[in-house]
Design a protein around this ligand. Structure first.
Ligand code: SIN
Length: 337
């Protein structure tokens, strides 16, 4: 009997149900249990007794919250620490998939594969995409050398820092920006690998990162006890001023991420309010609104930057850093902040 593969269910369209097999948008996400999703797959080649399943949550991922993230991180950390577990596959909705992937990467930086997968059509569709995505995720999970958090959708594999949902309904809804060699050829730019006929073709290194000196389980224990600091995202655009920033500072926000124009630029009125917020003790980070590329240094010396992260991921990095600095100011949970 080979090593175990753990499948954690969290809901999403991959577990969605619709009253019509032709309805790709008017369905209810998070209805079908992870055991039933697995039972529909041809898994003979994996051999008997390979799978452990657990329903961690059953939700539409637009409603993802800190409680589910903590539970998911706890279960992932638990299974990662089991010697007989080879890999973890997580079924998830597409809407906040990039956030959960980055959260697990920034928190746990696992050495074993943690593969998130999803679907754009509900399980009841005439031609659902979820079963193939799950088969691809399982192929990746047992692929020699696979490591770290990754996202599999429509045959492409993305890294947790690069992946972003870029389309509301097409099957290949994700992009990795210009992270990969497909960057300038259009289509599904920036995957780190492809899954082709059950085999993984790797284009660049797996996304593992050192999690610092603290063992993953210790970090997760701290997280379970921590109060999540309020960090909000504000956006720079034509006519942006500091009204929202001042209101959020008055409301007691601990951190602000500004979704910037271009290479990290911020409207001067909004920037003035953010500089004032920093002087009042609020942590501020810039992250570009652009979906491709990464900010180059030097565009703004007043506000710190989170190059390589989109605004929602910069928010996660800042929340983790704030939680960590509450307990130990010499280290940061999330790298780069
Ligand atoms: C969700 O994010 O849970 C619903 C949308 C999807 O999975 O595509």
């Amino acid at each position: 009997m080979g090593q175990k593969i753990v499948i954690l269910g969290t809901g999403g369209t991959i577990a969605g149900q619709s009253s019509s097999a032709l309805d790709h948008t008017g369905y209810t996400a998070g209805q079908i249990g992870v055991n039933d999703l697995l039972a529909a797959l041809p898994l003979e080649s994996f051999g008997p007794g390979r799978f452990i399943t657990e329903q961690v949550a059953q939700l539409d991922s637009k409603d993802m919250g800190f409680d589910v993230w903590v539970k998911l991180a706890q279960r992932v950390a638990h299974y990662l620490s089991q010697a007989d577990v080879q890999a973890i596959v997580i079924t998830h909705g597409t809407d906040t998939l990039e956030e959960t992937a980055y959260f697990l990467h920034a928190l746990l930086a696992p050495g074993k594969p943690v593969v998130l997968t999803c679907a754009m059509r509900p399980a009841t569709a005439l031609v659902p995409d979820g079963p193939q995505n799950m088969m691809d995720a399982l192929a990746l999970a047992v692929s020699p050398g696979a490591a770290g958090v990754s996202v599999v959708c429509a045959g492409a594999v993305y890294g947790p820092e690069d992946v972003q949902k870029v389309h509301p309904y097409r099957l290949n809804a994700f992009s990795g920006g210009d992270a990969g060699p497909m960057a300038y050829s259009g289509g599904d730019a920036g995957p780190m690998a492809y899954v082709e006929d059950g085999r993984v073709r790797l284009l660049r290194a797996w996304s593992t990162a050192p999690a610092g000196q603290v063992p993953a389980e210790a970090l997760v224990t701290q997280l379970a006890d921590a109060v999540w600091p309020r960090v909000e995202v504000v956006m720079s655009y034509a006519g942006a001023d500091g009204l929202a920033v001042r209101a959020l500072v008055d409301a007691g926000v601990r951190g602000l991420v500004v979704a910037t124009t271009g290479n990290g630029t911020v409207h001067q009125d909004l920037e003035a309010a953010l500089v004032l917020a920093m002087q009042q003790g609020v942590r501020v980070l810039r992250a570009t609104r652009c979906t491709e590329g990464r900010m180059l240094p030097g565009a703004d010396q007043h506000l710190p930057a989170a190059p390589g992260l989109n605004p929602v991921k910069a928010r996660i990095a800042l929340m983790l850093a704030l939680m960590r600095s509450n307990q130990d100011s010499s280290r940061s949970i999330a790298a780069g902040v």
